[in-house]
Ligand binder design. Sequence first.
Ligand code: NAD
Length: 470
Amino acid sequence: MPRSRFYQSVSQYFKKAARHSTHPAGVLEQVRVCNATYRMQFPVREDDGTVRVVEAFRAEHSYHRLPTKGGIRFSKHVNLDETVALASLMTYKCALVGVPFGGAKGGVRVDPAQISDGFRERVTRRYTAELIRKNFIGPDIDVPAPDYGTGEREMGWIVDTCKNINMNAAATYASVTGKPLSMQGIAGRTEATGLGVYYGIRSACDAPELMNPLGLIPGMAGKRFIVQGLGKVGYYTAKFMTEDGKAILAGVAEREGALYHKDGMDLEAIVKHRQKTGSLEGFPGGEFIADRMAILEYPCDILVPAALEGQITTANADRIQAKIIAEAANGPVESDAEKILLARKVLILPDLFLNAGGVTVSYFEWLKNRAGVSFDRMTARHEELTKQQMIGAMEQLSGTRLPADEASRVLARPNERTLVLAALEQTMLRAFDTLCAFQHERKVEDLRTASFLFAIERVADSYRHHGIFP
Ligand code: NAD
């Protein structure tokens, strides 16, 4: 059977990077292949009582670390090839940012924009039951999370289904991440992927050695960007880029079309308008463009595809005007298109690195669930007391008092969200520095090849140390 374009594209990226590795061919093949897949078809009752047969998948790409981890996607385009390709990206992503999991991915072939809430719940619960039946879910086995078309509501149904079938309570919560806070989710998970994308873009923008060749002034402030997809990832990326990074939101694309204004638009006003009218059309602050793909070719400094794979292909790559493509989505640039873009000296911040914030915070959530206690609970008061003592000692030594507002700022107790987001920032900054240093050291041509090669070496080393290969 011919493989899908997305699968082929990921394979091309893997091959290009693997050429730089000195690991034996057999080890590299083990790093590439998918360890296990489960394809299922099950009946789900529609709201009118009729039955629809739904096709769904789970791919566990790599058992070099356990559990495996990866989101569940609801999309009418889902297929086994896509699920496997996405699962492989999860393996490499985890290896790149030091999250000790193998990669996995789930896919359910339904259109998230067309199903009712009732159908959504029934399909989620049935899919979970199928995963339990085949041992494809569990805190030490495989831990799903949200992806395109799913969110904390679905993760809540998954927990509840696990709880009601055969898992003990402790195991249940660590079996899925991205849960609502009331079901032992973690503060900061909702915005984690978008915030991680922002940290990644900010790191690149702050690096003169990356900006100078593009003819751009270092720093994010004042840079124009276009975002495709205003979902969980796209919305938060745009929010942090405008509010914290002071970048200019010049364009937005959604299913129904796009908006553009070179001087910038108000993100919250766009979201409100779309919630009210169901469309971007008619928003007074920007020009509406009916062709949602055309906006990718409009003038900007940074293009942020945050919807789906395969958006930049050989059909549009030579017309992209952005100098930086920030892959918030998984696989938005096809490998043949990347050749064109690299020849045009476009800087591509690859998905493996850029959208790893989601799995990073999922890892923190899993740790919290395993420990059965949130990160701030054991340390917050102790930290406050320690800081009080330090301030007291410094005031005694200097004979001056710290102004009250300054003292309360310094003394603020860390809560779960501040701890989680600080650790996320640290992870993204460290990954960026590691990646740039590795690219330099191994003399590879671009950041994607460096990301893949770094991950390949990590996973291959792990297989060798496990003694699977002599
Ligand atoms: P989402 O379902 O929350 O949002 C996707 C948005 O894209 C929706 O608003 C949808 O209407 C819009 N969209 C769909 N087709 C479009 C098109 N052709 N043009 C413009 N907009 C379109 O999904 P998400 O969780 O934000 O995921 C987006 C991407 O990020 C996916 O590639 C996903 O795999 C990747 N990703 C997600 C996470 C996560 O934590 N959710 C983590 C890493 C990577």
